[in-house]
Ligand binder design. Structure first.
Ligand SMILES: [Zn+2]
Length: 303
């Protein structure tokens, strides 16, 4: 870790009682003795402030392959299914929306049911989102003045794992939700089969991820403001497991990451692979029912 590193207390309970959990290159994960939250400490300044996502991270988030993969109709199919099963209409704010792909799919598929807006700290991906017709709010979500504007739903798709102070984001979300409003959170699952098999070799244990939730810690994280009305463990990528199992415990390059995203998207869209996909879907469901799939998602209702 370079000199410009930020020291963190536990992002869940606020205490400073962690013990070493896992080391991968310069990334140190610790586990809180009080609440068992696993988090990176210390973290590089640029990740702590979010400036990474407005600068160094841009080439990755705006690479044609990443954008194409995000905008493919299959990319958010699980999120959309979960979303639709709890919310059929309303005003939706997507926090950490990046290029706006989730909102784009939602609006394209159900144009009359939703009004949408996305927010992100990263300017260039928001330019792209706007070019696809997704309205955006620029800048820091925490300091943004919504001036009394409220929402039926706030979503955090693969965002909480990137934030130094995820609790403040959740509190802000609760503050702009209407009574009985919904919040969706999806994060990588630190108890997944992939993590159990691969440990530090797993590609998603990497510096941009600074919070590593399990079902237990995610539940604790949300309980003061929200009731959990649904829990799902979703997504499973055997290609990632296979590749990372063979690889060395090094960071996977952005180019490689994008390449695998592209291939995975192509497989998902190939009609010839239907039988394989049925088997795959069955495996995902079994893993999900045991809480072992790659991600965990909760649907929350404001208390
Ligand atoms: Zn803790």
């Amino acid at each position: 870790m370079n000199a410009a590193a930020s020291y963190r207390v536990c992002p869940l309970c606020g205490q400073d009682k962690a013990q070493p959990h896992l080391q991968k290159g310069e990334l140190s994960l610790v586990r809180c003795r009080n609440c068992s939250m696993i988090y990176a400490n210390p973290v590089a300044q640029e990740l702590a402030t979010g400036s990474f996502y407005d600068q160094a991270g841009v080439p990755f988030y705006l690479s044609p392959a990443k954008v194409e993969s995000d905008y493919s109709p299959v990319r958010f199919e699980r999120e959309l299914r979960l979303f639709r099963s709890h919310c059929q209409k309303g005003e939706v704010l997507d926090v950490g929306c990046s290029t706006g792909a989730f909102l784009f799919q939602l609006k394209t598929r159900y144009p009359d049911q939703y009004s949408i807006v996305g927010t992100d700290v990263s300017g260039a991906p928001l330019d792209y989102a706007e070019s696809r017709g997704v309205p955006v709010i620029r800048g820091d979500f925490l300091s943004h003045d919504f001036a009394g504007r409220t929402f039926d739903v706030v979503t955090f798709w693969a965002v909480m794992e990137h934030l130094t102070e995820p609790k403040r984001f959740l509190e802000k979300a609760a503050s702009i939700l209407k009574p009985n409003g919904l919040c969706f959170i999806l994060v990588p699952n630190m108890s997944s089969l992939a993590v159990r098999i691969l440990g530090a070799k797993y590609r998603y244990i990497f510096p941009p991820h600074i919070n590593y939730f399990t079902k237990a810690t995610l539940s604790r994280f949300v309980e003061s403001q929200f009731n959990i009305i649904d829990f799902k463990s979703t997504h499973f990528n055997p290609l990632v497991i296979l590749k990372d199992f063979r690889g060395r415990a090094q960071e996977v390059s952005d180019a490689e990451r994008v390449d695998l995203l592209k291939r995975t998207t192509a497989y998902k869209q190939n009609p010839l692979l239907k039988p394989v996909k049925l088997l795959y879907r069955a495996t995902e469901n079994v893993l999900g029912s045991f809480g072992l799939a790659d991600n965990i998602a909760v649907v929350l209702r404001k208390k």
